[in-house]
Design a binder for this molecule. Structure first.
Ligand code: FAD
Length: 483
């Protein structure tokens, strides 16, 4: 039995190191059949967006190369997961199927069917935790309830024993003699027909090795400045780990232990405050998964039920200006263009653009979440849902609705010299710092000298920030009056 093949079903764990399902397969003994199944129909309303598909293509390519270097390969098939796994069992006489868990409501449902059907066939079907520091069900309040507030959640997490050390058994992968057939990666059609994705490729190196390199670069070059630097969008002072974490090219355990190791070696400029501030952000990701697991309806509906009656407005003109980065509000336009060009946006700017859409424009948060879903390379159902509900004030531990970010003040505070705005909104590059976040208030001569003609080469603001702030507060009052 021990020498019968084992199928390792790769999903959002596209790495060989610290991969518990792969490690368990190596430990069990026998040839390993690594497989990726492309089954978009099983992703419910959340089929991969365009930017994520680009990432996935290169991530699968990179995983296959790493497997080939270990004398193995990645098999690819598309269709329904269960029949494909059963087909593969028949073809190879595999006796075990191992995988790492996913936590989206539809994945949980699918995986539990797969597990119970395989068990009925006497297949050793096992799932593992490969993407979280703490399982969502392990963390609970004293009343045995899920947490809805981050600080006590994280306090409980950090009072537990440290996450296990990362492992690696990839070098011990045993190859199968007769490989079952595989589709070519290209047949999944993950890359767009019209080549719009060069910006993504120029901004990122994709795959497990690149994830590790980027983490080490961040730890040695930027982490000591993280506590303050993480809010400055014009500087590369955050880790950019999010897409690697989403696709599982790196695990949070690997991040945790690399940071703790660097701290113990004094590699971080001695700044343990910044290192812990960084790990705390990884904790927000854990919190987002905790919430999605315990409150699965929140991927489409507000956690605070009252918000389902909020007087949102459908406003295609505002939504389009926001999506295109043509609102006339420089920090917003910079963020939305960074997103379009690179598949990523700085966290501070994500909060500001989301606030403008749901508060000043009163567009439902779900429409913003959809746009992010399609354009982010790190689009992640837990973190995206959490980020949008947080901004809209309808989620757990959320910013109160009446706290409305002012894009001018945010720009002046976190991008004082306009470095970020100048990069992404070159039309206004020559404006002095004083006006870079509010060109419509600049005197005509200044605009003229900077080559800016409002309404021609850069728009007037699509919304009046003062009036729309007032409208938002009034809309919120209607909610407060509801029983
Ligand atoms: P760092 O600052 O270096 O943080 C390290 C890691 O911690 C990140 O990679 C991420 O995994 C985690 N993290 C940091 N902040 C948060 C947070 N607020 N919530 C959850 N996890 C966090 N993040 C996603 O990964 N996918 C999304 O789809 C997503 N959508 C968002 C939507 C909105 C409206 C907002 C406000 C935030 C969203 N975030 C999302 C969270 C956050 O913006 C990104 O994780 C972060 O910008 C990624 O950059 P980084 O890796 O350099 O972060």
């Amino acid at each position: 039995m021990a020498d019968s093949p084992i199928i390792v079903w790769f999903r959002n764990d596209l790495r060989l190191s610290d991969n518990p399902a792969l490690d368990a397969a190596v430990e069990r003994g026998g040839p390993i059949i690594p497989i990726y199944i492309w089954s978009p129909d099983e992703e419910a309303d959340w089929q991969l967006g365009g930017a994520s598909k680009v990432w996935l293509h290169y991530s699968l390519q990179s995983l296959n190369e790493a497997l080939e270097a270990s004398n193995s390969r990645l098999l690819i098939r598309s269709g329904q997961s269960l029949p494909i796994i059963q087909e593969m069992i028949q073809e190879t006489n595999a006796q075990a199927v191992y995988w790492n868990r996913r936590y989206e409501p539809y994945s949980i449902q699918r995986d539990s069917i797969v597990k119970s059907e395989l068990k009925k066939q006497n297949i050793d079907a096992k799932s593992f935790n490969g993407s979280l520091l703490f399982e969502p069900w392990e963390i609970q309040t004293k009343q045995e309830q899920p947490y809805k507030v981050f600080t006590p959640f994280w306090k409980t997490c950090t009072s537990l024993p440290e996450p296990d050390e990362p492992t690696s058994a990839a070098h011990k992968i045993q190859s199968i003699k007769h490989w079952p057939k595989s589709q070519k990666l290209e047949t999944l059609n993950l890359l767009p027909k019209i080549q719009w994705h060069n910006g993504i490729l120029n901004s990122w190196s994709i795959g497990e090795a690149a994830a590790k390199k980027q983490l080490r670069h961040f730890i040695s070059e930027a982490m000591s400045e993280y506590s303050v630097g993480r809010d400055i969008p014009g500087k590369p002072l955050t880790s950019r780990m999010s897409p690697y974490l989403h696709f599982g090219e790196i695990s949070p355990r690997q991040i945790w232990h690399e940071v703790v190791f660097a701290l113990s070696n004094n590699d971080t400029g001695n700044d343990s405050t910044s290192a812990w501030a960084f790990l705390r952000e990884v904790g927000w990701r854990e919190f987002a998964y905790h919430l999605m697991y315990h409150f699965p309806h929140t991927t489409t509906d507000p956690l605070r039920e009252k918000f389902s009656r909020f007087p949102w407005k459908s406003n295609p003109r505002f939504l389009q200006a926001w999506q295109k980065g043509e609102t006339g509000l420089p920090i917003i336009d910079a963020g939305m263009r960074e997103l379009w060009a690179t598949g990523w946006m700085h966290n501070r700017v994500r909060m500001v653009v989301a606030s403008l859409l749901v508060k000043n424009m009163l567009v439902p948060w779900q429409e913003g979440a959809r746009w992010f879903w399609d354009t982010l390379v790190d689009a992640d159902l837990a973190s995206n849902t959490f980020g949008w509900q947080w901004t809209a004030g309808c989620g757990a531990d959320a910013a109160p609705f009446f706290r409305i970010f002012n894009p001018i003040a945010q720009g002046e505070k976190f991008d004082g010299d306009g470095e970020y705005v100048r990069k992404w909104v070159p039309e206004i590059n020559n404006l002095p710092d004083k006006w870079i976040h509010k060109p419509w208030e600049a005197p005509a001569t200044i605009l003229n000298d900077a080559g800016v003609t409002l309404g021609k080469n850069y728009p007037y603001p699509v919304v009046d920030l003062k009036i729309t702030r007032q409208d938002a507060l009034e809309a919120y009052q209607t909610l407060k009056r509801m029983k």
